[in-house]
Design a binder for this molecule. Structure first.
Ligand code: AMP
Length: 508
């Protein structure tokens, strides 16, 4: 087959759509046909700027229709799209440009004076694109033809490099092929019953797999429509929910919705589906949302390297605290963290996944790729999990967050679940910190509820009854809130740094 895999499946059909594809907060709409025209004009502008098939195009752009069109344009022009978190500083961007060696870097006009010289040092060219479509790339695209002959890209050709969030060590570029992205979008359309009648409330950033690939590609593959909000802003979300049918969010979005009394059955009764992922959704949040709105949030599990792996069922029980079943075409197995042997059903170990969704390896890091991607195609996710008797996968944390106290493995999630259920506790994080006797000691970090403070002595007594001694936190501390990144993930490394000397021997 020749052609451009993603273009043909996701972008080419837009030319035949006169209906609205994107709705903006002010009510303005962009039809599928108009968006297809934008894609073509940007693809011409990229090509004229020297982008050749296989070249990387790094973008650090605010969320906008133009920025989304640039993603499609880069892929259509045969390039490899490399989106960067908008929070990265120029120093951080410097690393990504050095590592990805892009032909072209696209930035917001305000950043062009800083990032221009930096990119040039690495032999890349910088063009600017504003959220309003202005800037040097916008100017270069104006007046270009509304049609672009897509550059041939086979299913195994790279479509994107997505850098991992890199909480430990340097970020790695996950190489994602056309087939990786398309297969996952098509599977999710089926599993989540997307159709052209759907309207997605798009509240996620578009530099991350969740907002870029899950939200956007699924909407395109289904011929659906999206309301594109610049970010999750509670006022905007409440204003636009009545016209949406689906929302995809991170757990913090759901706690923010629950914190607002306007969120009730009347507001969201018409909605078809709420999806959560990127970080664990507390059972309590799942239950509270169901009680308030009548909707059981559908939790799924994925990552930059693999796209989506598992999902709770659309029909059938959406089990709180679990991430559901492997998606069609995805295999999940649980292995021993030390030996790599496949474990018996029900045991906790490393989650490994295999399927068309799994990436091609880390960009220019063959040794990292060899460490994490087995010859037989299984990717060692670094997440710890177990599959329950009914086949639901439970994620119990990252393996690097596993605590080894006195030589025994402690899984933080087991303790967090107990702590979360204590009176006066809103949520918790359990970490390992250096300890002179035990190597690592278990430390419980608690966030008090707004309306009641936790009784730490009573909690310690409860833990004493329900947990083996080696699992019991050696200390409990309280913090006003847990540190989280933009995708809602608790930053345990930050907590370890903060509380790392809790058990240090003074006077050493
Ligand atoms: P990222 O590569 O930024 O998408 O992060 C992927 C990681 O997020 C996974 O390896 C998990 O540790 C975590 N994650 C994603 N979805 C879930 C979920 N539903 N429950 C628990 N952890 C999740």
């Amino acid at each position: 087959m020749t052609g451009n895999t993603l273009h043909e499946a996701l972008f080419a059909p837009l030319a035949g759509r006169n209906d609205a594809l994107i709705e903006l907060p002010d009510g303005a709409t962009i039809s599928g046909r108009a968006f297809a025209g934008m894609i073509a004009r940007f693809a011409h502008a990229l090509t004229q700027a020297g982008v050749q098939p296989g070249d990387r195009v790094v973008v650090q752009l605010e969320k906008s229709p133009a920025a989304l069109a640039v993603y499609a344009a880069a892929v259509t022009a045969g390039a490899v799209f490399v989106p960067l978190n908008t929070a990265y500083t120029p120093d951080e961007v410097d690393y990504f440009i050095e590592n990805a060696e892009p032909r072209l870097v696209l930035v917001d006009p305000a950043l062009a004076p800083v990032l221009g010289p930096l990119a040039e040092r690495h032999g890349a060219r910088v063009l600017a694109l504003g959220a309003d479509g202005g800037g040097s790339l916008g100017a270069a695209a104006r007046g270009q033809p509304e049609h672009f002959d897509p550059v041939t890209r086979e299913p195994d050709d790279l479509a994107a490099l997505l850098y991992t969030s890199g909480t430990t060590g340097r970020s790695k570029g996950a190489m994602l092929s056309h087939a990786n992205l398309l297969s996952n979008a098509q599977v999710l359309v089926e599993e989540w019953r997307f159709s052209d009648a759907d309207v997605l409330l798009h509240v996620l950033p578009i530099f991350h797999t969740h907002g870029l690939f899950v939200a956007t590609n699924v909407t395109l593959a289904a011929g659906a429509r999206m309301i594109l909000l610049p970010k999750f802003d509670i006022e905007a979300v409440i204003a636009h929910l009545p016209r949406a049918t689906v929302m995809m969010g991170v757990p913090t979005h759901y706690t923010r919705l629950l914190a607002d009394d306007r969120v009730d059955r009347d507001l969201v009764g018409h909605m078809r589906l709420f999806v959560s992922g990127s970080a664990p959704l507390l059972e309590e949040t799942h239950e509270a949302f169901a009680a308030r709105t009548g909707h059981r949030i559908l939790e799924r599990y994925g990552m930059t390297e693999t796209n989506m792996n598992t999902s709770n069922p659309y029909d059938g029980e959406r089990r709180a605290g679990t991430v559901g079943f492997p998606l069609p075409g995805v295999e999940v197995r649980i292995t021993d963290p030390d030996t790599g042997e496949v474990l018996d059903p029900g045991a906790t170990g490393i989650v490994e996944v295999r399927g068309l969704n799994v990436f091609m390896g880390y960009w220019r890091m063959p040794e990292k790729t060899a460490e994490e991607l087995r010859d037989n195609g299984f990717f060692i996710t670094g997440d710890l999990g177990r599959v329950d008797a009914d086949g639901y996968l439970h994620i119990v944390g990252r393996s690097k967050d596993m605590i080894i106290s006195g030589g025994l493995n402690v899984y933080p999630k087991e303790i967090e679940l107990i702590l979360d259920a204590q009176p006066g506790v809103a949520e918790s994080a359990v970490i390992g910190v250096p300890h002179p006797d035990f190597g690592e000691a278990v430390l419980g970090v608690l966030v008090p509820r707004d309306d009641a403070a936790p009784d730490l002595a009573a909690i310690r007594a409860t833990l004493g009854e329900s947990l083996a001694a080696f699992k019991r936190p050696k200390a409990l501390v309280t913090v006003p809130e847990l540190p989280r990144n933009t995708m809602g993930k608790v930053q345990k490394a930050e907590l370890r740094a903060r509380f790392g000397d809790r058990f240090a021997v003074s006077g050493g």
